[in-house]
Write a protein that binds this ligand. Sequence first.
Ligand SMILES: Nc1ncnc2c1ncn2[C@@H]1O[C@H](COP(=O)(O)OP(=O)(O)O)[C@@H](O)[C@H]1O
Ligand SMILES: [Mg+2]
Length: 248
Amino acid sequence: MSSMLAINDIHVSYGNIKALKGVSIEAQQGQIVCLIGANGAGKSTLLRAIVGLEPLVMGSIEFNGEKIAEGRTEHGKPHVVLTEQICARGISLVPEGRRVFADMTVEENLDMGAFLVRDKALIIKRKSEMYDFFPILWQRRKQKTRSLSGGEQQMMAIARALMSDPRLLLLDEPGLGLAPLVVQDIFSKISIINKENKVTVFLVEQNARMALKASDNGYVMENGLIVLSDRADALLVNEQVKSAYLGQ
Ligand SMILES: Nc1ncnc2c1ncn2[C@@H]1O[C@H](COP(=O)(O)OP(=O)(O)O)[C@@H](O)[C@H]1O
Ligand SMILES: [Mg+2]
């Protein structure tokens, strides 16, 4: 089986800071794959590299067998596909901290998520699907996003990302700063999006337990390197993971 997402030995730097030092990750179609790691490990950098927001120094990223990013090419220049084109190919990112447009209403935020969709009727259909899936967003649709709770904003950020009908959904710490029950709610939605809507999910979390419980496979990142990878159920009982990430 070929991978939907294949990250091959990528390196990303911010000036002199080496944020990713040779990271390889694979996700098969239909899976939920998680990446856990402490603050500053390089998780967000990895997601940003997938959607073309950070250039690669070395390595490459393939989506459905096509190269969407490459560090050193034979022409000597990095190859970067524009974020908009990556979105058009079926990858959507829910950024860290939700990054909602606070002065826009929920409805306007969802419209922004469909900026590549030309067909007005299709936009309306997708919005109504989102309102069915997240009923609270229907109630809040005319409200400015800043008036929403953190959990509601996260749901809206996910709904906005789904408006482009992605095949691969990238989530950057969907549970960050939310109460445990709200986090559970968000994770059960992520699971439905994966199982019923057949969207492959790659999620990044500091909340290792929630992430591993929801996932098929997991990777552990420390200081820009993958230090462990396994089936998620195996990582949940791994002694190293338990002491470093599960507080056991
Ligand atoms: N825009 C930036 N400029 C300089 N350094 C950055 C920038 N963004 C992240 N870093 C650094 O890169 C490393 C990885 O950061 P990040 O990918 O945000 O980690 P995580 O998401 O795991 O918390 C950290 O050392 C961080 O300080
Ligand atoms: Mg981060």
